[in-house]
Design a protein around this ligand. Structure first.
Ligand code: ZN
Length: 156
């Protein structure tokens, strides 16, 4: 899925789709996440007249609880603004130089901009790490090792 990212932004275009986490190779390299996420890309022009892409990613990620190793679901819903720049210099200055640029993230203007690549980059940033059930009933190895006296008390 390719777009001209400047035209897309200036024409307020909108694109939606879904991604299957099991089919994203860079995601699978990190861990065996699964689930289907929705994305919505909206083009707009910001206050400074810069072409911008708003990318919302939402859905449920299936992963494992790091405590009991049972499946758990993590709900995500995140929107980020990505400013389109015409030159590498402008992009670098906005991202790394000027803290008041108001730029969250940036990309270069491209006639054939790869939407799925952008979505995958964003999904990787949103992946939950070291997740645990809020009220996990499983006992971790660490808990068992820390409480030898509890065990003793039950025997006595
Ligand atoms: Zn758990």
């Amino acid at each position: 899925m390719y777009i001209n990212n400047v035209k897309f932004a200036k024409n307020n275009q909108r694109q939606t789709g879904k991604v299957d986490l099991t089919k994203l190779s860079r995601v699978q390299e990190i861990d065996s996440y699964s689930g289907e996420l929705n994305f919505e890309l909206i083009g707009l022009v910001d206050k400074l007249n810069r072409p911008t892409l708003n990318l919302r990613i939402y859905g449920i990620i299936h992963t494992l609880c790091q405590n009991c190793l049972q499946p758990m679901d993590v709900q995500i819903d995140n929107t980020s603004g990505i400013t389109v720049f015409y030159t590498e210099e402008q992009l670098d200055a906005a991202l790394f130089g000027d803290a008041s640029s108001g730029v969250e993230d940036g990309v270069l203007a491209e006639e054939e901009f790869d939407v799925m690549q952008l979505v995958e980059d964003e999904v990787i940033m949103l992946l939950p790490y070291a997740t645990k059930h809020e009220k996990c009933i499983g006992m971790s190895y660490a808990d068992k090792a820390e409480n030898p006296f509890e065990v003793l008390k039950n025997i006595i």
